[in-house]
Design a protein around this ligand. Structure first.
Ligand code: SAH
Length: 219
């Protein structure tokens, strides 16, 4: 770290974030908590925002996009129930933070972003932080990543009007997808899709607010 600006103990801020925002609200999966204690979230936002990196709200990433509130990352990651060695597709790389959390869980992460500068920045950032197993694609993520399908887990971190058909098709059996879906923009219901023995079940959880999932099967 260089000497400019006030010195912040990021490790302590991160510990407090996990305790007060994530554990206190009911996320209890020890692996998820461990991963979020480890990933240096302040390195995933622009420098001017680092003092706010561990606060209880989303932050702007530029290009009209945001890095999700820490609690939402914890909640969705717990719902996804990732085990080491699973193939996980993430739609909406954004800052790369969520991809790093998934990588900490031992997943093979495939992440798709449609905004080139975000894709390039996240890719560089994760390489610098030695998350070397994460694979990146610049494309419309509503089409999934057919060449690498099927996926044990799919996590969508932008909100669209419906569950994109290609993502349903690329989900393994058994498999699980977590995705915000909403009839209106900027406000969605978090949906968990479980596929098992050829049967698909959908469960609607609480309300969330994500930026738009745009594309062929999005807005
Ligand atoms: N998971 C991110 C936050 C995502 S914000 C993080 O941890 O920082 C949502 C992201 O989804 C934005 O970067 C946006 O550009 C992207 N996005 C929206 N529609 C998309 C699409 N069809 N394909 C890929 N990325 C998309």
């Amino acid at each position: 770290m260089n000497g400019s600006g006030p010195k912040i103990d990021f490790r302590r801020s991160r510990e407090r974030m996990v305790r007060e925002q994530i554990e206190a609200r009911g996320v209890s999966d020890p692996q998820v908590l461990r991963a979020m204690r480890k990933v240096p979230r302040h390195l995933f936002v622009e420098e001017a925002l680092t003092p706010q990196a561990y606060e209880d709200h989303p932050l702007p990433l530029g290009h009209g996009q945001t890095i999700s509130q820490p609690y939402v990352v914890g909640w969705m990651t717990e719902l996804l129930a990732v085990a080491p060695g699973m193939r996980v597709l993430e739609i909406g790389t954004g800052s790369g933070y969520q991809a790093a959390v998934l990588a900490e869980l031992g997943a093979y992460v495939f992440t798709v972003e449609r905004v080139r500068p975000l894709y390039a920045q996240a890719r560089r950032r994760l390489e610098e932080l030695r998350y070397l197993k994460v694979r990146f694609k610049l494309d419309d993520g509503t089409l999934g990543w057919p060449e690498e399908a099927p996926f044990d887990r799919i996590l969508v971190t932008a909100g669209g009007p419906k569950i994109p058909d290609p993502l349903r098709a690329q989900l393994a059996d058994p498999g699980r997808m977590v995705i915000p879906v909403g009839a209106g923009r900027r406000s969605q219901t978090l949906v968990v899709v479980r596929k098992e023995n050829g049967r698909v079940e959908e469960q609607e959880l609480g309300g969330v607010m994500f930026v738009d999932l745009v594309g062929a099967h999005g807005w």
